[in-house]
Design a protein around this ligand. Structure first.
Ligand code: AMP
Ligand code: GLY
Length: 416
């Protein structure tokens, strides 16, 4: 398992539960309680190859996008190991929003109208064409911060200047996508592929803004839920045929087969579903809610996807709902405060909830302390979304650290 966040902790938990022996690089203190962690940087390709060969690893799962875009999957495949995660070329579906648009247009996937620009004047011409609100998106990876929804022309110009002239996102923002503003509920629909077959997970939703009622600046995600009652399974099946399958087919046709998790961020607009973005990996924090629902052996599914021969049918999941609530550090999503001592994880787990660590570390005294923006997620299941969320919050209330931030409205009001 490559990575060090809450998504990776949830993956390792699901694998450990069905008896897999897991190594994690670099992992985190939570992962270290259930896996053999090794302090190898995700961008140390030679170090990763040494670990894989030295420990006779059967399958490598690459969690985050950065090592995928940097080609870690290619290096490991050359070394002869099965890898869940796309090649650098296929990872451009996330690494370049312009490339993602090109693939969507070529495969007939519905998406917002957009224009790719490299100077402010051309950008403002597109803004005039689409009207406001309008989305201004850095082409490349920007740690989830590369999208500005501009409410008027002044905000649009400021965003274009920030990306194209002030180069706030470096090279990632020197090409910009100007996209018409859409409205509607959003859904995260993840599917796994071996390059040909497509196996979807149930629909999930994440809550990006820091504040309740979806107010304030965007974060990496403050909580997640699955299922979402407005996207029942038959609709999720339709979305896979409209979105994921045509993309997988087009990538295959181009000789850049997509092997891994294709995550579509879809907005359900009044004129139908429209794709806002692709990610080429499991979502964080969607994974923390999704994986506890999976029935059977997740490792077998991931290995089949990595080696070819994946079953072309949805992943089997429990009918129970699952909710994950993120606890964030003081000052997040600004520069988070670190070093606050965390208590109550064992108490939360004793209630039957699970706790997935993300931004945590051990201090010199061996205490678990905050070490990142999103510190951890508390997850629970229940026969309805409401019961799952009550359990998740009962657990989350038991975990404490100075400056703890938590939205109270994750998965609220969802049961029909
Ligand atoms: P992305 O990273 O592309 O998913 O964008 C981050 C968030 O910005 C999305 O989850 C949406 O809430 C919002 N967003 C992205 N594109 C648009 C759009 N064309 N219209 C309205 N909101 C958008
Ligand atoms: N939950 C959003 C993401 O994983 O990108």
């Amino acid at each position: 398992m490559v990575g060090s966040g809450g998504r990776e902790h949830a993956l390792v938990r699901a694998l450990a539960r069905t008896g897999w022996t897991v190594f994690a690089a670099p992992g985190n203190p939570g992962i270290a309680t259930i896996a053999d962690t090794r302090p190898i940087d995700m961008h140390d390709h030679a170090g990763m190859v040494d670990l894989v060969l030295g420990e006779d690893i059967d399958l490598v799962i690459i969690g985050p996008e950065a090592p995928l875009v940097a080609g870690l999957a290619d290096v490991l495949r050359v070394a002869g190991v099965a890898v869940l995660g796309p090649s650098a070329e296929a990872a451009r579906l996330e690494g370049s929003k312009a490339f993602a648009k090109e693939i969507m247009l070529a495969s007939g996937v519905p998406t917002a109208r957009s224009m790719t620009v490299t100077d402010v004047d051309s950008g403002m011409a597109a803004v005039a064409d689409y009207g406001t609100p309008v989305a201004i998106k850095a082409d490349g990876l920007a740690a989830g911060k590369g999208v500005v929804i501009a409410q008027d022309e002044a905000e649009a110009r400021a965003a274009l200047v920030m990306m194209l002239e002030d180069a706030v996102f470096g090279d990632a923002g020197l090409t910009v996508l100007v996209e018409e503003g859409l409205v509607g509920p959003e859904v995260s629909l993840l599917a796994i592929s071996d390059g040909v077959a497509v196996a979807r997970f149930p629909a999930a939703r994440d809550y990006k803004p820091i504040g309740e009622g979806n107010t304030g600046p965007n974060t990496g995600g403050m909580g997640s839920v699955s299922p979402i009652p407005d996207i029942p399974d038959h609709l999720a099946d339709e979305l896979v045929e409209t979105v994921h399958r045509p993309v997988i087919r087009e990538m295959h046709r181009r000789g850049i087969p997509f092997n891994g998790v294709l995550y579509a961020g879809i907005m359900m607009t009044p004129s139908g579903p429209k794709v806002l973005e692709f990610n080429v990996r499991f979502g964080d924090p969607e994974t923390q809610a999704l994986l506890p629902r999976v029935e059977g052996d997740l490792g077998d599914i991931l290995l089949a996807a990595a080696s070819g021969g994946l079953a072309d049918s949805p992943v089997t999941v429990s009918g129970e709902a699952s909710v994950a609530v993120v606890l964030a550090a003081a000052n997040y999503p600004g520069d988070p405060r670190t070093g606050d001592v965390i208590s109550g994880i064992d108490d939360a787990m004793a209630t039957g909830a699970d706790v997935f660590q993300a931004g945590t570390a051990l201090n010199a005294e061996g205490e678990l302390v905050t070490a990142g923006g999103r510190v951890l997620a508390v997850q629970a299941r229940g026969v309805t979304v409401e019961i799952a969320r009550e359990r998740a919050y009962a657990g989350a209330d038991l975990v404490n650290f100075d400056g703890k931030q938590m939205r109270r409205d994750i998965a609220a009001g969802m049961d029909a």
